[in-house]
Design a protein around this ligand. Structure first.
Ligand code: AMP
Ligand code: ZN
Length: 664
């Protein structure tokens, strides 16, 4: 028989068995037979490297090593989901949708919210070409080699799939697989993993893909994005993806009313413990994709979807001791150190107590038996104390008056619930915290340097602020604990590469209090470079759209401080970006400043998202629904009728795509 033919036939056969076993859960041959066939294929491929196929089933066993995960910009952004916790939240959401779409019937697809690591996988001509983590939503890490080892991820598709698309899903670790991994770890004298979610997401970043192959990970898919996919509803999307060979959970349900949605939520709130994976809620999505498009997104999440979080789980345990943490801004957070207890699938050892008021309000004391709750957030909280179990010699907590790290007297300003250590530039966790923030993913994203190394470098007296990072030499860091030639090089290269990070992220990285990612972008846009921002007055700053008094004061105070100005000066000499790149400036003007636009319908020459970007790039604002503040309604094809009526009633000019482009 022709060898190439034989190899391909074996590949097809193994693919089918993989699908039967991992996607359909119904194998048709024994594991032994499967292994024999796989070995045979491996042997043939080894003898005939000329028939190599990057998507052969033999690659499932892994073996490829990824040293650095390449950063990939998502072609379609990966959004978060807005959260809701009650029937009222759900009803408010529905009202907003109806207001936006007008009085058209709206259906909802309900799915479970799987708690793992999100992933976006690109397929071209039915072949898996790339898998990327969510990262910050704009860009993530290329983890293709690792994802290919997950058996329920098809490497080649079946049926009538679009030429090119991305599919979105969640990588999860089922409970029993997780338990088994932990048993093995404990048997080997290793610490067990904390919870399935973190273990799943940690797995994606393992360098050795054969280790990933050994973990019983699964990939559950829920969304397809791309052009010309020929899909018109969310529910149809799930069915099609399933037909192409993806593992798409079958619990999804199409609901006609919010009552039906609530029924679904209640059902799974009680029955979720029978599922093989961790879930933390239900995701409700407007079913019609044209409606989805019409509703669009906020800065963070789609308006057409909502995560309805399940009720938090609760448990009793003993509070052993209260300790205090100092954050990068000097804020003090009291932490409850608990007798370890199992809660919602994870072992809980610590809980945040927030601030002194919280401790006083609940009258929490050391050695108390406390009621701990874990909701959507990672850190659990204490919600009550069982006084009946309190011993007679128990004493109220004396809140600390001095910083536990540098012994400076703590301050508390009116209106702020937290105590602060004012020793901004002398208090170790504030110094390292600022540097850790600077290097973090969403800020300078310095590869080869992690939080622990920052602490080590600081302890060794090698760095005292973020500008010092750029003066580090290989000779200086090589003698450090656990620092090898290669890691030292990576660190130095990572720092050097950060000089290419764009200005708006540098601005965020500086760690100005209240200047988060979005505010940093606004300020960068408004001032274009640091020199202009440095001399901005309180009045000028508050005149910038969405910059309030509190942020403005913080910015002015930051630049008034000589230490900060020095650090910036030094960063500048090292080549860090302190102005918007020419590229960004090119398409930006102020011609639309002061105008709010609502965009509706489908457009001819640009996509809706491009149009919105053009509005923002030219100083305008994008509104979501029509109000008296709307300047123009940009109307495309198939625009919602209620928007038109409303705009006409309020006398708001309705303009076409061409009119709009003409304004620029
Ligand atoms: P959050 O990170 O809490 O904003 O929630 C958004 C994340 O939920 C997404 O990035 C997905 O990874 C995850 N997710 C889990 N299940 C689903 C689902 N059925 N539909 C959409 N997103 C989901
Ligand atoms: Zn301190």
């Amino acid at each position: 028989m022709n060898i190439e033919f034989q190899i391909n036939a074996l590949r097809d056969e193994l693919r089918e068995h993989n699908y039967n076993y991992y996607v359909l859960d119904s194998p048709t041959i024994s594991d032994f037979e499967f292994d024999m066939k796989l070995k045979e294929l491996q042997k043939l491929e080894g003898e005939h490297p000329e028939f190599y196929d990057a998507n052969s089933p033999t690659l499932r066993v892994g073996g490829m090593i990824t040293k650095n995960f390449e950063t990939i910009v998502h072609e379609h952004r990966m959004y978060s989901l807005a959260n809701s916790y009650s029937k009222e939240d759900l009803e408010d959401w529905e009202k907003r949708i109806q207001r936006n779409l007008g009085d058209v019937p709206v259906e909802y697809t309900c799915e479970l919210k799987y708690d793992g690591a999100s992933i976006s996988i690109t397929y071209e001509h039915g072949e898996l070409v790339r898998a990327v983590t969510r990262g910050d939503g704009f860009q993530g890490d290329d983890v293709t080699t690792n994802i290919k080892t997950i058996k329920s991820v098809p490497l080649r598709l079946k049926g009538d799939y679009p030429e090119k698309f991305d599919i979105r899903g969640e990588i999860v670790l089922p409970f029993d697989g997780f338990a088994q991994m932990n048993e093995e770890r404990v048997a080997n004298g290793e610490e067990p993993y904390m919870n399935p979610r973190n273990t799943a997401s940690g797995s994606l970043k393992l360098q050795d893909s054969s280790l990933v192959a050994q973990r019983p990970l699964e990939c559950l898919l829920y969304s397809i994005v791309g052009k010309n996919t020929n899909i018109s509803t969310q529910f149809e999307m799930l069915e099609k993806a399933r037909a192409w060979g993806f593992k798409v959970p079958t619990v999804a349900k199409l609901c006609k009313t919010t009552d039906e949605v609530l029924e679904f939520v209640e059902h799974w709130d009680t029955n979720r413990h029978d599922l093989p994976y961790e879930t933390d809620g239900v995701v409700i999505k407007v079913n019609n994709l044209q409606h989805q498009d019409e509703l669009g997104h906020t800065a963070k999440s789609p308006r057409w979807a909502l995560a309805y979080k399940f009720k938090a789980e609760q448990v009793f345990t003993v509070l052993n001791e209260i300790t205090y943490q100092v954050g990068r801004t000097g804020a003090i957070t009291p932490v409850a150190n608990l007798e370890p207890v199992l809660l919602a699938g994870t072992t809980v050892k610590r809980a945040s107590l927030h601030n002194a008021d919280q401790i006083a309000k609940l009258d929490i004391r050391e050695k108390d038996t406390v009621f701990v709750e874990k909701g959507g957030e990672i850190i659990p909280k204490i919600i009550a104390v069982d006084r009946s179990k309190r011993s007679l010699d128990s004493e109220p907590v004396q809140y600390i008056t001095e910083c536990p790290e540098c012994h400076t007297r703590l301050e508390r300003t009116d209106g702020d619930a937290k105590h602060y250590c004012p020793n901004e530039y002398g208090c170790p966790p504030q110094i390292t915290g600022r540097i850790q923030h600077y290097i973090s993913r969403k800020a300078m994203d310095i590869e080869g340097l992690g939080g622990e190394t920052v602490e080590l470098l600081f302890k060794e007296g090698l760095i005292n602020d973020y500008a010092d990072l750029y003066d580090l030499t290989k000779e200086e860091i090589l003698p450090l604990e656990r620092m090898a030639e290669k890691s030292a090089e990576n660190l130095i290269n990572g720092v050097a590469a950060s000089t290419q990070v764009p200005f708006e992220r540098v601005l965020f990285a500086l760690g100005i209090r209240y200047v988060g990612e979005t505010v940093a972008k606004k300020l960068a846009r408004a001032y274009k470079n640091i020199e202009a921002l440095k001399i901005a007055t309180l009045e000028e700053l508050t005149a910038v759209d969405e910059i309030g008094e509190r942020i403005a004061q913080s910015v002015v105070a930051f630049f008034a401080n000589e230490k900060n100005r020095n650090a910036i000066e030094r960063l500048m000499l090292k080549g860090v970006q302190f102005e918007l790149s020419a590229d960004k400036l090119k398409n930006q003007t102020d011609v639309l400043t002061g105008n709010t636009f609502v965009v509706s319908g489908v457009f001819e020459t640009v996509s809706r998202d491009e149009l919105k970007k053009m509005i923002e790039d030219n100083g305008g604002k994008v509104g979501s629904s029509i109000s008296s503040k709307t300047g123009y309604l940009v109307a495309g094809d198939k625009m919602g009728p209620s928007k038109r009526t409303k705009a006409e009633k309020l006398g708001i000019p309705i303009i076409s795509e061409q009119d709009f482009l003409g304004m620029l």
